[in-house]
Design a protein around this ligand. Structure first.
Ligand code: ADP
Ligand code: MG
Length: 152
């Protein structure tokens, strides 16, 4: 089992697409083990996007990500980090493949609806940035025997 962090960005909340995104991930077999709504502060934005803070376009990203409420969540599943990234698609919605979340719902490089951790280190760092250990509610869904074979 692997854990990953997702953030339904302000455009996702404002466009009423949270239910669609959450539904896709649940249908895939990923388990939501934590979720919270919040408004990101400039300080939290700089921690979350530390790798981008020095880029010329960072100020517009910070304005966007702090511009409305977001939904932060932790997902658990087999290969969850890679699976979620592939479900999101390429960063730019105009280049993301049809069938991916960004490919189906976004026509923007910035307003691409959902963030997903890009590797194990990022997942660990991002989960602890938004959630305490006590807020993670790991559980075994009773439907698991109908989601995959016992040896998978
Ligand atoms: P990803 O979210 O696919 O990992 P990046 O890590 O490259 O993408 O960028 C982080 C986020 O910053 C993107 O999801 C997008 O919202 C925004 N972004 C990326 N490139 C630009 C850009 N050139 N101008 C403005 N915002 C951008
Ligand atoms: Mg990234």
């Amino acid at each position: 089992m692997e854990r990953t962090f997702i953030l339904l960005k302000p455009d996702c909340v404002q466009r009423r697409l949270m239910g669609d995104v959450i539904g896709r991930m649940e249908s895939k077999g990923l388990n939501f083990i934590a979720m919270k709504m919040l408004q990101i502060t400039p300080d939290l934005a700089k921690q979350h996007y530390a790798e981008h803070v020095e880029k010329g376009w960072y100020p517009t990203l910070e304005g966007f990500i702090t511009g409305g409420p977001v939904m932060a969540a932790v997902l658990e599943g087999l290969d969850a980090i890679r699976v979620v990234r592939e479900m999101l698609g390429a960063t730019n919605g105009l280049q993301a493949s049809p069938g991916t979340i960004r490919g189906d719902y976004s026509s923007s490089r910035q307003m691409n609806l959902v963030h997903g951790s890009d590797g194990p280190e990022a997942a660990c760092r991002e989960i602890s940035l938004y959630f305490s250990d006590e807020e993670l509610c790991s559980y075994e869904p009773t439907i698991t025997p109908w989601m995959r074979a016992a040896d998978e």
